[in-house]
Design a protein around this ligand. Structure first.
Ligand code: ACO
Length: 428
């Protein structure tokens, strides 16, 4: 294959080198395009733009491949757990036993919130969205750790190991305490002996008078939800995190911005949309059959089906489907909503419309069902996504800070008014 690409603009030819990724992806390196030709590229939505070179996560949507640091998601889901996979994402390699133990210890040592910070959780409006609270509280956490949020890349990088452990731990405490505040329930302190997920479930739903370890299969399923969401390369929130980091902002500010990006319904909100859809179907007295017909006629969208990147099968959905079944069985939940979900899944998987268009259930279909069954309120689903995605954001913050990358500053094609004279207010 040619090592360069030629672009003809008007009568001029310009040559650009190619960059080849380790998985054979080819990019045309256009960094000198503007200085050589005075032209820029236009790629609304960045669907054809490589914004960086990254070593964190590989996705091949056509083949249904997802790998963190080269490790297939199927192997991580079967043999690893959220914290071990988080370590691999952050540091590039699976940890030794000692490394994993000290990583775990650092995380459990950081589960508590300083008193003033915990009080700050009461300063939000009673019906504040949990994602607004989470984003603000993550930035707030940084203010309690000025030595970790200096906006001096070198110093923030030196503190990175502690910062990452602090955030991975505190994010679930913030989420759990915010949930209990809204219910008027007293906080439950962290119990590190339970493990990351069980401790989070206990801090959220536990009965302080009668502490019971959460059901094993539910902890395993939540652990999978976190693991499967831990990174997904240059998505909207991760790109936001990298963008903010490129300006030299500290980890807390970059993650806080990423949480804001994830909040959007087109990004982190799809699992909520699944449950809303199922409830609407139920309330309308349908068993799902009418909705399927409406989806085929283009009147409705079957939420939780299809994916912009995965045109084969979302590999995360396959894994979560099984765990979701196990957890539902252990929880002993049965509800008409779940019956509708199963019916939709069954019909859509055997219907030509969905088969032809390769519309399979995506990870949001099963995470929505699972989170609903565990008892998370709908507006907390995206918070769970954020807890899972945090190691990815942190890994990308570290990657960009270590790379010394320059500030991200896209250009635009200006389509506004051309130059005109100021008109005084009396003459307008
Ligand atoms: N229900 C019914 N029909 C669908 C659906 C769906 N969920 N998704 C796509 N189609 C149809 C389209 O109508 C189109 O049909 P046509 O060829 O007859 O016109 C065809 O399938 C291709 O659809 P596109 O919109 O071009 O597919 P695209 O890749 O752009 O969209 C998307 C992907 C946005 C995820 C879409 O499938 C969708 O809206 N799904 C439901 C929402 C959802 O679950 N989002 C979560 C994605 S996962 C994540 O973000 C973690």
């Amino acid at each position: 294959m040619e090592e360069s690409a030629t672009l003809r603009i008007g009568s001029e030819n310009y040559n650009f080198p190619l960059i080849k990724g380790t998985e054979s992806e080819i990019a045309v390196d256009l960094r000198t395009l503007r200085s050589e030709s005075s032209c820029i590229t236009f790629d609304d939505g960045y669907g054809n733009t490589g914004s960086c070179e990254s070593k964190v996560t590989f996705i091949d949507g056509e083949k249904g491949i997802l790998r963190y640091r080269g490790y297939p998601i199927e192997q991580l889901a079967e043999k690893s757990n959220f914290l071990e996979s988080a370590f691999a994402l952050l540091y590039g390699e699976l940890p030794s036993e000692n490394q994993l133990n000290s990583f775990r210890k650092k995380i459990s040592d950081n589960a508590g919130l300083r008193e003033n910070m915990a009080k700050g959780l009461h300063s939000f409006a009673p019906d504040a969205h949990p994602m607004a609270v989470l984003s603000a509280m993550v930035n707030n956490l940084g203010t309690y750790h000025p030595e970790k949020s200096t906006n001096d890349r070198k110093r923030d990088l030196e503190a990175f190991d502690d910062t990452a452990a602090l955030l991975i731990s505190a994010i679930r405490t913030i989420a759990a305490r915010d949930y209990r505040n809204r219910k008027g329930l007293a906080p439950i302190p962290s119990d590190p002996s339970l493990g990351y997920c069980a401790d989070f479930l206990q801090m959220t739903f536990g009965d302080s008078n009668n502490p019971q370890p959460p059901p094993q299969k539910v902890c395993e399923a939540l652990n999978l939800v976190f693991l499967l969401h831990a990174d997904h390369e240059q998505n909207c929130s991760t790109s936001t995190c990298r963008m903010v980091a490129s300006g030299g902002a500290n980890v807390f500010a970059s993650v806080s911005a990423a949480i804001g990006a994830l909040w959007g319904p087109l990004h982190g909100g799809a699992n909520m949309a699944v449950i809303k859809m199922l409830k609407d179907i139920h309330d309308s007295g349908d068993d799902g059959s009418r909705f399927i017909e409406d989806a085929k006629n283009g009147k409705k969208r079957l939420m939780g089906f299809g994916h912009r990147v995965y045109k084969n099968y979302d590999p995360r959905a396959k894994i979560l489907n099984v765990a979701c079944n196990d957890a539902l069985e252990e929880l002993g939940v049965s509800s008409p909503i779940l019956d509708i979900a199963r019916h939709l899944e069954e019909v859509a998987l055997s219907d030509e419309y969905f088969i032809q268009r390769k519309l399979y259930p995506n990870v949001d279909f099963y995470s929505g069902i699972l989170l609903e069954a565990i008892g998370f309120p709908l507006n907390m689903f995206t918070v769970i996504f954020a807890i899972g995605r945090l190691p990815g954001w942190l890994s990308h913050w570290k990657e960009i800070a270590e790379s010394g990358s320059k500030i991200h500053r896209p250009r635009q094609v200006y389509q506004g008014a051309t130059v005109r004279d100021y008109v005084s207010i009396e003459e307008r």
